[in-house]
Design a protein around this ligand. Structure first.
Ligand code: SF4
Length: 101
């Protein structure tokens, strides 16, 4: 994957992580962006790595490919647990999600 493909808002690279403590397990995120989110056997959502392997560590972050930024942002907006956090890689400032300015 090229840097350009990973670029997000204003050319900034974005990454996303989930606060599993607040996840309701409804699976909306996995419907919006199945390339990025998946429910594990514990019933909670986790992010996937670049090879689409599930990162089963709570709070793990993964880069957001540019074609998927819209789907990931929609997931964060619709997430009933308000637990999807999208942040800039460069300074880790949240740009979409419950802690965004
Ligand atoms: S949309 Fe939010 S609450 Fe629902 S499964 Fe995904 S992370 Fe969990």
């Amino acid at each position: 994957m090229t840097v350009q493909q990973e670029a997000g808002v204003g050319g900034e690279e974005l990454e996303v992580w989930i606060d599993q403590d607040l996840c309701t397990g409804d699976g909306i995120c996995a419907q919006y962006a199945p390339e990025v989110f998946e429910l594990d056997i514990d019933g909670l959502a986790y992010v996937k790595g670049p090879d689409e392997e599930l990162l089963q560590v709570r709070g793990a972050a993964t880069r957001v490919p540019l074609p998927l930024v819209g789907d990931v942002v929609d997931s964060a907006r619709e997430c009933p647990g308000e637990c999807i956090h999208v942040r800039r890689v460069s300074d880790r400032v949240e740009v979409y999600g419950p802690d965004a300015a």
